[in-house]
Design a protein around this ligand. Structure first.
Ligand code: FE2
Ligand code: FE2
Length: 183
C-alpha cells in the first residue's frame, strides 16, 4: 500500500524545491507533456464549437428562427467560456495555449459543419455535443486522481456539454415532431 501522508518536514522541504514550476509539485501524478497535448486538443475542440454555433446563430437569423438563433448564440458563449478555462489551465501547467487558426481544426475533435436547414444545423450541433461528451468522459477517466484540479474543471464542462446535447435533442424533437430518446 502506498504511504498515506508525508510528514510535515518532507512537505515543507518539497514545497521549497523547484519554485519555478509554480503549482506543479513532485506529487503531480500525470504525464505533463501528454496532459498539455490533450488539453490543446480540448481547446481546439471548444474553439471549433464557438465558431460553428456562431455561424449557425447568424444563419438561423436568416431563416427567421430567432429563438433557435438565440440558443445557438448562448451555446457559443458557453463554449467560449470553456475555451478560456482550458487555456488558463494549460498556462497554469506551464504550457502555452495554442490559438493558431492554421492548425486548430486538425487538432479539434469536433467539426466545423455548416448547414442550410435548421434541422441540419441542430443535428450537427447534437453530433458535436455528443462527441464533446465522450471526449470529456474519457479525459475525466484519464486524469483520475493524477490531476484532480484538471479533472474537476473537466467535470464542470462535461455537465454543461450534457445540457447542450439535451437542448439540441429537444430542439430536434420540436422541429421533427417525434421524440428520439426512449423514456
Ligand atoms: Fe464546451
Ligand atoms: Fe457544448
Amino acid at each position: 500500500m502506498a504511504k498515506f501522508l508525508s510528514d510535515v518536514k518532507t512537505l515543507r522541504e518539497n514545497a521549497r524545491k523547484n519554485l519555478r514550476q509554480g503549482s506543479i509539485t513532485d506529487a503531480y501524478g500525470a504525464d505533463l507533456p501528454r496532459v498539455i497535448e490533450v488539453l490543446q486538443q480540448s481547446l481546439a475542440t471548444e474553439l471549433i464549437c464557438v465558431l460553428r454555433y456562431q455561424q449557425h446563430s447568424f444563419a438561423a437569423h436568416g431563416l427567421d428562427s430567432e429563438a433557435v438563433a438565440a440558443e445557438f448564440l448562448e451555446h457559443s458563449r458557453e463554449e467560449q467560456g470553456h475555451a478560456e478555462l482550458i487555456a488558463a489551465r494549460i498556462g497554469q501547467l506551464g504550457g502555452d495555449p495554442d490559438f493558431n487558426p492554421d492548425t486548430f481544426s486538425a487538432r479539434a475533435h469536433s467539426e466545423y459543419k455548416t448547414a442550410t436547414s435548421l434541422t441540419e444545423m441542430i443535428k450537427e450541433n447534437l453530433i458535436a455535443e455528443r462527441l464533446a461528451v465522450d471526449h470529456y468522459r474519457e479525459l475525466i477517466r484519464y486524469f483520475g486522481d493524477d490531476d484532480p484540479s484538471t479533472r474537476v474543471m473537466l467535470e464542470g464542462i462535461l455537465s454543461v456539454e450534457e445540457e447542450h446535447a439535451t437542448d439540441m435533442h429537444d430542439l430536434l424533437v420540436a422541429h421533427e415532431g417525434e421524440p428520439l430518446l426512449e423514456h
